[in-house]
Design a protein around this ligand. Structure first.
Ligand SMILES: Cc1cc2nc3c(=O)[nH]c(=O)nc-3n(C[C@H](O)[C@H](O)[C@H](O)COP(=O)(O)O)c2cc1C
Length: 483
């Protein structure tokens, strides 16, 4: 425990959590006159949001995403469609270039499921975005949880929970080989006199032959500043945490309280050490909703407004999707712990961790999810965030909105100055890529050498001895033969 006592105050990172939809997490608010959720198909509200977040010295905008409809509640998608619950949903990555154009420092993180796109084509899309943003892209790696999504993408049904993560491991290995190993650092020579743009001897096939993917390569794109976008991950089940400890630089959790966050953070730190990484290699972001105003009375009045507008049907639709359980059919008094789900196991684990001796029932879960908010003046909100930060051990917050951009503006005008005064959040951005900013210069633009992706680096960039197993040797020989 010494580390936490002696280290300079850890900085709390701030991400704006949003989605390219009408209604994201707090359901029912889209009908209000003071929110721009219904304008999601226009660029204007997004570029304005980017400017606002950079003014607030936020680390990033963080886009959630799904590729299927919520059709679990009452066995149909009707409730989700009526309430615009993450449906319709547009592609979040399409917003990134425009948001980058109007900002200089803001990180731009988007979610993409490993079920959604072949890793070879995703590799190019991510590198293209990292080029266009000059190294400010982050990717939230998820394995999906909606049956409808898997059936849209030709899987016939949602693959088993842990199998999705197995596929995710290989998906990332293919990407690491393309992003880190296919082009040597000095492959691009851009020699107009000799008429040579890149040196063919320094651009390599990857020859990946795996259980889920066969990819010859080379990567279509020349390396971007970060090569590998900042790797976020969301999913806090047993298998999800193993996945985060192996791959992620930041993980997004949904602990129910400070105690639950502490348990999750400590668990992740142990797993990191077992994976040859360090606790400081993984930043933990907690999802939180804040309602703030100049006075307690005003903040409580705003919360009552949210509560009055809250759509129970919308909430049931989204939570049923997360759980993979029809909340319209389960007994609200039934214990949640008995649920066996192929969707998000992490939600139940988070619930149990928040009060291990308590028997949680479905009605408690819905209430806890629908009502988890920090409400109050800027001082009070800052106190609570400091508790999550210092006692819960979180490194950052994924701030959920009730109205947009209002929730973010209130937080930036009210809470951020208090947190800056206390030295908890940044006043200025440092130079460099998203990775360098997020880790306060403790790492460079590229993934650190102790990250598993580094094993695929070649040529001058390869600073670590290449760890190759028999399979990799065969691949390299095959690649060598193919070159
Ligand atoms: C806080 C949080 C946010 C998530 N956001 C998304 C998302 O935007 N899109 C998505 O498909 N899955 C999302 N997931 C779920 C992941 O897809 C996850 O890999 C999968 O559901 C399994 O989760 P588990 O490891 O918690 O069981 C999220 C999970 C958590 C905990």
């Amino acid at each position: 425990m010494t580390d936490r006592q002696t280290d300079p105050p850890r900085r709390l990172r701030l991400n704006a959590f949003t989605m390219n939809v009408v209604s994201h997490i707090v359901q029912g608010q889209w009908t209000r006159p003071d929110t721009r959720q219904r304008d999601y198909t226009s660029l204007q509200p997004w570029v304005e949001l980017a400017g606002l977040l950079e003014r607030g010295r936020f680390d990033a905008v963080f886009f959630a995403d799904v590729v299927g409809a919520y059709d679990v509640f009452e066995g149909s998608r009707d409730a989700a469609v009526r309430n615009a619950v993450q449906f319709p949903v547009n592609d979040p990555s399409a917003l990134i270039p425009a948001m980058a154009l109007v900002t200089e420092h803001l990180g731009l993180a988007f979610t993409l499921s490993i079920l959604q796109e072949h890793p070879f084509s995703f590799a190019r899309r991510a590198t293209t975005l990292d080029h266009l943003t000059d190294g400010r892209v982050g990717w939230n790696v998820v394995t999906s949880y909606l049956e409808n999504a898997a059936r849209n993408l030709g899987y016939g049904g949602l693959p088993l929970h842990d199998t999705r993560y197995d596929r995710g491991d290989e998906y990332l290995d293919v990407l690491y080989k393309l992003w880190e190993g296919s082009w040597e650092d000095d492959a691009v020579v851009d020699d107009r006199e000799r008429g040579m743009y890149a040196d063919p001897a320094k651009v390599h096939e990857i020859g990946h032959r795996g259980r889920y993917y066969d990819v010859v390569g080379p990567h279509l794109s020349e390396p971007s500043r970060q090569r590998t976008p900042v790797l976020f991950q969301a999913g806090s089940s047993e298998r999800g945490r193993e996945f985060a400890a192996r791959h992620a630089e930041a993980t997004f959790i949904a602990a129910r309280n400070v105690r639950g966050a502490r348990a999750n953070v400590d668990d992740l730190h142990e797993r990191l050490l077992r994976n040859g990484r360090r606790p400081e290699d993984l930043l933990v972001f907690q999802g939180l909703t804040v309602i703030t105003a100049a006075t307690e009375e005003e903040a409580l009045r705003k919360e009552r407004e949210v509560q009055e507008q809250l759509s129970d049907e919308g909430t049931f639709a989204v939570v049923s999707g997360w759980l993979g359980a029809d909340l319209g059919a389960v007994d609200p008094d039934a214990p949640v712990g008995d649920l066996r789900t192929n969707a998000q196991e992490g939600i139940i684990k988070a619930l149990v961790e928040s009060a291990p001796d308590h028997t949680w029932r479905f009605k408690d879960l819905v209430k806890s999810i629908a009502n988890q908010r920090i409400v109050g003046t800027a001082e009070r909100v800052a106190d609570e965030l400091q508790e999550w930060h210092e006692d819960g051990g979180i490194d950052g917050v994924n701030l959920t909105y009730t109205t947009t951009p209002g929730s973010f503006r209130d937080f930036i005008d009210g809470v951020v100055p208090v947190l800056q005064e206390r030295g908890i959040v940044q006043r200025e951005y440092r130079e460099g890529t998203f990775r360098e900013k997020l880790f306060d210069g403790r790492v460079g633009p590229r993934l650190p050498d102790r990250h598993p992706a580094a094993q695929y680096r070649r040529g001058v960039g390869a600073t670590v001895p290449v760890r190759r197993g028999p399979q990799a040797d065969r691949e390299v020989q095959a690649a060598g033969a193919a070159d």
